[in-house]
Design a protein around this ligand. Structure first.
Ligand code: ZN
Length: 168
């Protein structure tokens, strides 16, 4: 059985104990932008906040793309998130290649270069990545100035968050 088929079976069991109150309007307090890396999936434990308080936006890296910016605007202006946390991490898969390398590799291995150059948002330094992201989000005219925008690097070796400060 495929993983998704197993998940569908589990979903039928989940729905039996489902609380319909969860279906009411979302009321997040914090927007978190983090990597798609599964090691960052337990954000309620990592941050000590309930699922319901977190609007989680995930991309590889993470990358603050145009889509992520629009989601942050909606999270803060429409849904009510009051703060923004940009969460990078050590040991990210997106630091293990450059966009050019992966484009070349996939063009060669598939024999089809038509999607190239694909933008993967690879990077080298999570602190530098976080610093750039703070600048991008902070300078967006539709992110209100009273919404704190803070960047962190999650240390895979210790489980601790280290704050990264924007350049003065
Ligand atoms: Zn990552």
């Amino acid at each position: 059985m495929s993983i998704i088929d197993r998940a569908l079976e589990a979903n039928r069991k989940y729905a039996k104990g489902y609380d319909p109150a969860l279906g009411k309007r979302p009321a997040p307090k914090l927007a978190v932008v983090t990597c798609m890396d599964p090691r960052l999936s337990d954000l309620p434990a990592i941050l000590g906040l309930p699922h319901a308080d977190l609007d989680v936006i995930r991309t590889g890296g993470p990358a603050v793309t145009e889509d992520v910016l629009s989601e942050l605007v909606v999270s803060t202006q429409v849904l009510g998130s009051r703060e923004i946390l940009l969460l990078n991490h050590t040991g990210c898969g997106f630091t293990t290649f450059t966009d050019a390398e992966l484009n070349a590799k996939l063009s060669a291995s598939t024999g089809d270069a038509s999607p190239a150059p694909m933008r993967f948002f690879s990077f080298k330094d999570p602190e530098e990545n976080a610093r750039e992201q703070i600048g991008m989000v902070r300078s967006h005219p539709w992110i209100a100035k009273d919404v704190p925008v803070r960047g962190f690097v999650f240390d895979m070796a210790t489980g601790l968050l280290k704050e990264v400060h924007a350049r003065a």
